[in-house]
Design a protein around this ligand. Sequence first.
Ligand SMILES: NC(=[NH2+])NCCC[C@H](N)C(=O)O
Ligand SMILES: O=C(O)CCC(=O)C(=O)O
Ligand SMILES: [Fe+2]
Length: 337
Amino acid sequence: MTDLPLRTVALTGEESAEVDDLLRTLADVPVDSTVGLLHRTRLAAQELPLRIRAELTGMRLYDSPRALVVTGFGVDDERIGPTPAARPAPDPERTRDLELLLLLHAALLGEAFGWATQQNGRLVHDVLPVPGEETAQMGSSSETELLWHTEDAFHPLRCDYVGLLCLRNHQRAATTVGWPDLSRLTTEDRAVLLEPRYLIRPDTSHTPAQNATGTRSAERFAAIAEMDDAPERVAVLFGDPEDPYLRIDPAYMSPAPGDAAARRAYDTVTALIEDELRHVVLDAGSLLLVDNYQAVHGRKPFAAAYDGRDRWLKRVNITRDLRRSRSARRSATSLLV
Ligand SMILES: NC(=[NH2+])NCCC[C@H](N)C(=O)O
Ligand SMILES: O=C(O)CCC(=O)C(=O)O
Ligand SMILES: [Fe+2]
């Protein structure tokens, strides 16, 4: 395990103040799950500091960097209140500005969307430790490492980018980010990984038990259950065979039974990712954007205290093309898949 750096942009005090001023002009914008919200944030994002706009526009156009950290946003520790002990957070107004901040950046990469089957159907997610889930393979775990993964790897409509904004991380738990150096794969292994020889299942964050107060969309939960009962066969690598994208989540994925070549290629690519896994400790006011087609991410273990001061991140899923999910959304203006 190496400690390779991630591209980081540190905001100046002046830039950070500009962002705060911009947020003040958006005090009337409700954080709901409609395209009206995207419309407002897309327009307002044009007023973010030029350096941020240049970085994120570049990330979208050049497929590089694969992950980016922006540090130095203001987080008012008193204003946000204690880290909630459960989701959804009891007082969403307290973190509304920070959710908008995340959505402004999302608007530079594409369109924010949410899942009817995850985080109670909220557009912006809370990533915080939940009592009883310490060892789950979920963002709400703590004691156990959240193994690196492609976000929602099981789903054909998974995000192009995932955004994580840190509100609090006194425990200094590291987020992991990585990708394989594919030049180290044999031609044969690469060819195998480009074929649909891997079974993938949904992770447990998309179950009704985890979504007690959400939309309770029986139809969407049924679609997830179907993916669990009859797991799809997918490829780990896809796109340009010479410079492919990545879809991998070892906790919920396995080579097809009996396929020894698929197993060998899988173990190799997994080791390549482990080899160059980066660690980034997000501090309050740090934003991490991960290209979900080109990098995996996870989180190292930490000790949750449930004292209102625990680690707390906000998360958003971003797509480059909302139209791809139109048939899975209730209407053209809904953002829930
Ligand atoms: N290896 C995994 N895919 N674990 C699940 C990832 C965490 C999941 N996205 C959540 O919201 O809790
Ligand atoms: O907590 C983190 O740093 C990452 C969380 C994550 O990957 C997730 O919730 O899916
Ligand atoms: Fe994740």
